[in-house]
Design a protein around this ligand. Structure first.
Ligand code: CIR
Length: 261
């Protein structure tokens, strides 16, 4: 699907206080802001008009806007993030979504969903039950998507300790092509209804790079993962590499920094 817009939010002054298990040391805020600016530039270059939310110091993880909603061409679903410290992030995002989506739905308690657990492939949505997304939330989201006319498959990724979210290890690049880390590849086998052409495997030492994102004619990838970059080029896929070092320290990847629609 072609995107025309994206919602983004720069990292907050409190960014270093966010949730992380990465053990890579605290992020440098100035560098994170610079990397975020470049990320925004790449989205604009890919043809998107950006809606910038203001920094939110009350929510250190608020730059990871992807987790707060699931956007489709027919409507939007505001999530209820699995981490209690992140629940308040949805208010500003919802306000922004109200201006562009007439059909706006919600995941409600006790369900939880993080948008990072939702991978769309040509109108079919794979929803990962994870540390953050639970069965109630996944079922609610699948119901909303069915109402909007979309199919969904629910997969359980909890046995995969390396996956915070489904999209930590899986990306759909369009035209039946997937990117999958070793832990996430198996998810695709149980999925019915999603286009399954080629799977490009991400080497274990480049696992972080599996969180890539297709934006119109290009695929944004994290800089510093030469094997994956070469594999994509060999497959005729145009890539744009972006430095993500400071977001990686906070367990965040490329897809989490925007909500595309
Ligand atoms: C968190 O743990 O919630 C944030 N520090 C990182 C969220 C990354 N989001 C994503 O992968 N969709």
């Amino acid at each position: 699907m072609r995107f025309t817009h994206a919602i983004v939010r720069p990292p907050a002054p409190t960014f270093a206080a966010g949730l992380t298990a990465a053990d890579l040391g605290p992020p440098n805020l100035a560098l994170a802001l610079e990397q975020h600016r470049r990320y925004c530039g790449a989205l604009e270059q890919a043809g998107l008009e950006l809606r910038h939310l203001e920094q939110d110091a009350r929510h250190p993880d608020s730059t990871f806007v992807e987790d707060t909603a699931v956007l489709t061409a027919r409507g939007a679903v505001v999530t209820r993030p699995g981490a209690p410290s992140r629940r308040g992030e949805v208010a500003d995002v919802e306000r922004c979504l109200r201006e562009c989506f007439t059909d706006l739905r919600h995941v409600v308690a006790p369900g939880t969903v993080d948008g990072g657990d939702v991978c769309e492939a040509d109108g079919h949505f794979i929803i990962g039950v994870s540390m953050r997304t639970d069965e109630h939330g996944a079922a609610q989201l699948a119901g909303h998507l069915a109402d909007l006319g979309y199919g969904a498959s629910i997969v359980d990724i909890r046995a995969n300790a390396g996956l915070l979210h489904l999209k930590t290890g899986l990306a759909y690049l369009g035209e039946g092509v997937w990117l999958a880390g070793t832990g996430a590849r198996g998810c695709l086998e149980s999925v019915r209804g999603a286009p399954l052409g080629r799977v490009i495997e991400v080497a274990p030492e480049e696992a972080y790079a599996a969180n890539a994102v297709r934006v119109n004619d290009v695929v944004l990838i994290a800089a510093g993962y030469p094997r994956l970059a070469a594999d994509l080029t060999r497959n005729g896929i145009r890539t744009v590499a972006l430095d993500m070092s400071e977001f990686r320290r906070m367990d965040g990847g490329l897809s989490c920094l925007s909500l595309r629609y």
